[in-house]
Design a protein around this ligand. Structure first.
Ligand SMILES: NC(=O)c1ccc[n+]([C@@H]2O[C@H](COP(=O)([O-])OP(=O)(O)OC[C@H]3O[C@@H](n4cnc5c(N)ncnc54)[C@H](OP(=O)(O)O)[C@@H]3O)[C@@H](O)[C@H]2O)c1
Length: 258
């Protein structure tokens, strides 16, 4: 892992259970491994069972427990069932990282209503359903941390990404409502708006995913996902009275922000 100034000590999150969506790849995989490194047990959600199994093996090699659920986040019933099974096996929930995302690029005039719905279902409805499922278990533990991963596309609309931008803007508003409802129960909610990261983003199906096979870029052009992951884990480990409500984190040479 890349060294950052905001590492948390091993064991800081011992006894905590975290659910990470999109844990099969990119930022989600990096967050899952960083949370396990800090002592948390993991519920790992995404579609690709083989990629999740590989991440689960890495989590277990760090001495932590892992529950794998291969599920399409657009399938509301399967998603809620998977989260409940994971929480039942690992004994509750303290941390929810709504990280998975998708896009169907194209101009508004050509985007189908089905494609619009699919992007909104994965990027917005799934975080709602998981936060809804997490709220009671977190309350019973005396609190928790929810981090919703948006994008700089949630701060500025882009051409050919209307459903994506709409979902990522909406995630910011949803997070504020969640934070307002959660604080009486010790549940803090944050939204993170990353800029460019060096992941396999853009390869929409697990069958297409072969790691980040774009031309290697300097960290100042495209952030290594483990650096962003370390920041998210620090947010989870931060004193419970401290909330980073919104974080915009970009490489130095980000094109999409400001
Ligand atoms: N990379 C960037 O430049 C960038 C910039 C700003 C924001 N982001 C955001 O960062 C988050 C993580 O993306 P990434 O960069 O790490 O890309 P990635 O490597 O492509 O990861 C995307 C993850 O989402 C999961 N996913 C996608 N559709 C799903 C579905 N229908 N059901 C379940 N899981 C699904 C994928 O798993 P399966 O394919 O196995 O289902 C994969 O684990 C996303 O929310 C993205 O919008 C990325």
């Amino acid at each position: 892992m890349t060294q950052t100034p905001y590492e948390v000590a091993p064991g800081t999150l011992s006894g905590k259970v975290a659910l990470v969506t999109g844990a099969s790849s990119g930022l989600g995989r990096a967050v899952a491994l960083a949370l396990a490194g800090a002592g948390a047990d993991l519920i790992l959600l995404a579609r690709s069972e083989s990629d999740l199994d590989a991440v689960a093996a890495e989590v277990r090699a760090l001495g932590r427990r892992a529950h794998v659920a291969a599920v399409d986040l657009a399938d509301a019933g399967a998603l809620t069932g998977a989260a409940e099974a994971g929480m039942a096996e690992l004994g509750g929930l303290d941390i929810l990282i709504n990280n998975a995302g998708t896009d169907v690029p194209g101009p508004v005039a050509q985007l189908s209503a089905e494609d619009w719905d699919r992007v909104l279902d994965v990027n917005l409805r799934a975080p709602f359903l998981l936060a809804k499922a997490a709220f009671g278990p977190m309350q019973r533990r005396g609190g928790g941390t929810i981090i919703n991963v948006s994008s700089v596309a949630g701060k500025r609309g882009w051409a050919n990404a209307s459903a994506y931008c709409a979902s990522k803007f909406a995630l910011g508003g949803f997070t504020q409502s969640l934070a307002a409802e959660g604080k009486a129960h010790g549940i803090r909610a944050s939204v993170v708006y990353p800029g460019g990261m060096a992941t396999s983003w853009g390869q929409w199906s697990p069958d297409d995913r072969h790691g980040d096979d774009r031309k290697p870029q300097a960290p100042s052009d495209s952030l290594p996902p483990d650096r962003v992951a370390a920041l998210l884990v620090w947010m989870c480990a931060a004193p419970s009275e401290l909330v980073l409500n919104e974080v915009i984190v970009t490489p130095l040479n980000e094109g999409g922000w400001p």
